[in-house]
Ligand binder design. Structure first.
Ligand code: VGL
Ligand code: ZN
Length: 204
């Protein structure tokens, strides 16, 4: 069926919202085309997780002003998501959970690119990997941007550690340096064992 079967939330589920920052939204420094169109679906997931009292993790691209991925340093990207700027703040259109979500920062080392958020760290210095283990997470639902960079690399790291990963097809968007990069990343994640679902399949 077009809609897919209902998926009932369980106590060992975790939701990851990837890099939903102003920088990647329209008007930001590295805008993803129609990046704001996934906010509605992600809010659907956020509300279900909040009402079930289940954990939510927000990741953020959190660069120092001289990060090696910037063109001024020979990297592929414009200056984006600089720590502490309005550009790097989370989109206010997201319905953040009432209890502050766990925030994982990544790509903070000026000399290292880090697309995966899996070894990014919370304010206490714990990695996402450590937090997921502490939460006894089994199923991880993930959405956000960019499909073929942060989402893709984070999903691969989680699959490698044995998590059951479900990616929101209606809750991700690609940067598409090359047309087709986003679709290819989705296909690749599925081939490696992730499941592609839609937010409307979630049930409380
Ligand atoms: C990302 C482009 C530049 C990402 C980060 O994490 O998806 N993409 N910096
Ligand atoms: Zn970046």
């Amino acid at each position: 069926a077009a809609m897919g079967p209902g998926i009932k939330l369980e106590s060992s589920d975790v939701l990851i919202i990837t890099d939903m920052q102003n920088c990647f939204m329209p008007g930001g420094s590295l805008p993803v085309t129609e990046g704001d169109s996934i906010i509605g679906p992600l809010n659907t997931a956020l509300e279900l997780f909040a009402s079930a009292g289940l954990p939510v993790i927000f990741t953020r691209d959190w660069h120092p002003p001289d990060h090696c991925s910037f063109r001024v340093r020979g990297g592929p990207w414009p200056v984006h998501c600089v720590q502490g700027t309005e550009d790097a703040a989370f989109s206010l259109k997201l319905h953040a959970p009432p209890a502050r979500p766990m925030v994982i920062s990544k790509a903070v080392d000026p000399n290292k690119e880090q697309y995966s958020a899996y070894y990014g760290r919370d304010e206490a210095g714990r990695t996402m990997a450590e937090n997921l283990r502490a939460l006894k997470a089994k199923r991880i639902f993930i959405g956000g941007v960019a499909t073929e960079y942060c989402v893709f690399n984070t999903v691969l790291d989680m699959l490698k550690d044995g998590y059951n990963v479900l990616v929101f097809e209606d809750g991700v968007k690609p940067v598409e340096v090359k047309p087709g990069d986003g679709a290819a990343a989705l296909e690749n994640m599925e081939k490696r064992g992730a499941r592609l679902i839609r937010t409307l399949q979630l049930r409380s």
